[in-house]
Design a binder for this molecule. Sequence first.
Ligand code: GLN
Length: 190
Amino acid sequence: MKIGVLALQGAFIEHEKTLHSLGIETTQVRLPEHLEGIDGLIIPGGESTTIGKLATSYGLIEPLRAFARQHPTWGTCAGMIFLAQDIGIEAQPILGLMDIKVNRNAFGRQVDSFEVDLEVKGLDGGPFHAVFIRAPLVESAGPEVDVLARLDDGGIVAVQQGHWLATAFHPELTEDTRLHQHFARMVRGT
Ligand code: GLN
């Protein structure tokens, strides 16, 4: 099994390190041909507008969309924005796949970044320590979307829709590998 990590901008190295610690082979995806031979894809956090611009200039938008339609794909933070169908802005290039409406700057400046222990559906072993950095929030999710985690105030921060996973926080920035293991199981189909 090989998992690709979109490596245009953002925290792709950290995702690769976590996957390597689990003995999973990775490849950096920068061009359409890098999608060949991978079984799943992670779209990292970073700046979704920059990722969108670079993906457009490298001719990646349509190949990424086609890949994600067929294979497990996980977006973290900016990656969540990139996977969403509705981000309330028309001009920004996104893949537009998951039936979620995402607010890009839900937390405003005062609470730019925060950490919180989250109960994540399907993860055994207690709460997941989640790091949020200028995080998006899922404002609404369609009927096919499984909500995996919410903040105390009810805000949705982790979702799964079939073979698509999206988290508003950054699991690659903590030592907890359970979400990467969950994604690896999705990729393996187990
Ligand atoms: N707010 C950022 C964006 O719009 C996402 C931040 C992140 O990925 N840490 O892309």
